[in-house]
Unconditional design. Structure first.
Length: 149
């Protein structure tokens, strides 16, 4: 692989994939944390609402208790169904592996110090990482479909 083709690969493919994985990891992390904190907070609120309902000091609180309980059930199902945590971990892991591969390439570490064609080796390894993550994502989605079936 010549130098010009490698620079194009770095810009058009490697950097694009790095940005994509980092962005998707951040999005999935945020969604997971929002959903998880919602479940935690709603779980803490329900017993308090039930206790208030038992005292009859807050009229109509039973309606709010039912609504909060439904939201809690939906949030809990969402945590399991959408697999935001798994996606976050997989995307972040792939992004970090891509960073590490570039560090190895730049530093001529490992196999990169023992070859005359570092660029081809880099492209091969980066594509293997991307392909491997794609297979992991498909597996996660199949598990998700199995859980909802």
């Amino acid at each position: 692989m010549d130098e010009e083709a490698f620079k194009k690969y770095l810009k058009d493919r490697y950097e694009d994939q790095m940005n994509w994985y980092s962005k998707k990891a951040s999005i999935n992390k945020s969604r997971y944390q929002i959903l998880q904190w919602s479940v935690i907070i709603l779980s803490a609120i329900v017993p308090v609402m039930v206790a208030l309902e038992a005292t009859d000091k807050v009229p109509g609180i039973w309606v709010l208790t039912i609504i909060v309980s439904i939201l809690l059930a939906i949030g809990t199902a969402g945590v399991k169904t959408f697999k935001f945590q798994e996606n976050w971990i997989n995307f972040r892991s792939t992004a970090e592996k891509l960073i590490q591969e570039k560090i190895f390439y730049d530093g001529r570490i490992g196999d990169y110090g023992n070859t005359d064609n570092r660029e081809s080796l880099f492209v091969e390894r980066v594509e293997a990482l991307i392909s491997g993550e794609g297979a992991t994502w498909v597996s996660t989605q199949k598990k998700k479909e199995g859980a909802t079936a």
